[in-house]
Design a protein around this ligand. Structure first.
Ligand SMILES: [Zn+2]
Ligand SMILES: [Zn+2]
Length: 268
């Protein structure tokens, strides 16, 4: 029995005797199936042929990736909180070197995941560090490896550790969430919910990446309104170096106003 991992999106599935016939994450319109066909691997195979990478992404924020790339090239962020380390989002591989590195930093107090494109091997990570994974209950249908370590939360906000609050935004997925860390003027971690544009001075919101379909003006206001009550300067987005290092709150306000105006035809 194995927990097979889809090589296209990096999602680990529940234990089975043979690989699943298809991947639910890839076959819906927010992703795509590899044109050469669905392929599968296992965590054991990844440990033999791949390794984790580490790069700083900001003060107290350590990025963790996988080389060579697997899935959509996810990177996780280790956020160093006052009460311990939180892993924001996840990656398909946990190799022995990164496990030892994180244990040397005090281990993980919790894992929190923005949306299903970053679920990856979160259950293996939770087991290794003896911690819980926080996922908004509206994303329960996309949890492909159910496990007792997963704690589904409801409602609009939840402070799961002092200074660490999950905010329900919706948009990309019904349970899409961002993490607010109350430190040094505040910082938010947004996954694909507030997607940092190449200019690093604006963000966008889409129903599907990479098959772009815009969300409605009402949804734009809902997402921006969800983070509005929180103070933050820094914004960590979806990929490596998708970071807005100051003025993040103004960026979200301005981007949401511009987006809503565009979709309502004011630029036509
Ligand atoms: Zn997949
Ligand atoms: Zn996504």
């Amino acid at each position: 029995m194995e927990c097979y991992i889809c090589t296209e999106c990096g999602t680990q599935h529940a234990e089975s005797g043979r690989h699943p016939d298809s991947c639910k994450i890839c076959t819906e319109e927010r992703q795509f199936v590899n044109p050469q066909g669905q392929k599968w691997t296992t965590h054991g195979s990844l440990k033999r042929w791949s390794r984790n990478t580490v790069h700083s992404q900001g003060a107290g924020v350590i990025g963790i990736g996988v080389d060579p790339k697997i899935g959509i090239g996810q990177r996780a962020l280790l956020v160093r909180g006052a009460e311990g380390n939180v892993l924001w989002d996840c990656v398909p591989l946990l190799d022995d070197g990164i496990a030892e590195f994180i244990h040397a930093l005090g281990g993980l107090r919790a894992i929190a995941v923005s949306h299903p494109h970053f679920h990856t091997s979160m259950v293996d990570w939770a087991h290794s560090f003896g911690c819980s994974v926080y996922i908004h209950s509206a994303n329960r249908p996309w949890v492909m490896r159910p496990d007792a370590s997963i704690r589904f939360w409801d409602g609009e906000t939840m402070e799961f550790m002092r200074g660490m609050t999950l905010i329900h935004c919706g948009g990309h997925f019904p349970g899409s969430a961002v993490l607010h860390h109350n430190r040094d003027g505040g910082e938010i971690f947004t996954g694909d919910t507030l997607y940092v544009n190449p200019d690093h001075h604006s963000v966008t919101m889409m129903f599907p990446f990479p098959n772009h379909i815009p969300v409605s003006a009402a949804k734009v206001r809902q997402i921006a309104g969800a983070v509005e009550p929180f103070e933050f300067r820094r914004l960590y987005g979806q990929w490596w170096d998708a970071v807005i290092s100051d003025g993040g709150k103004e960026v979200v306000r301005h981007s949401a106003e511009r987006y809503a105006a565009a979709i309502e035809g004011k630029y036509d």
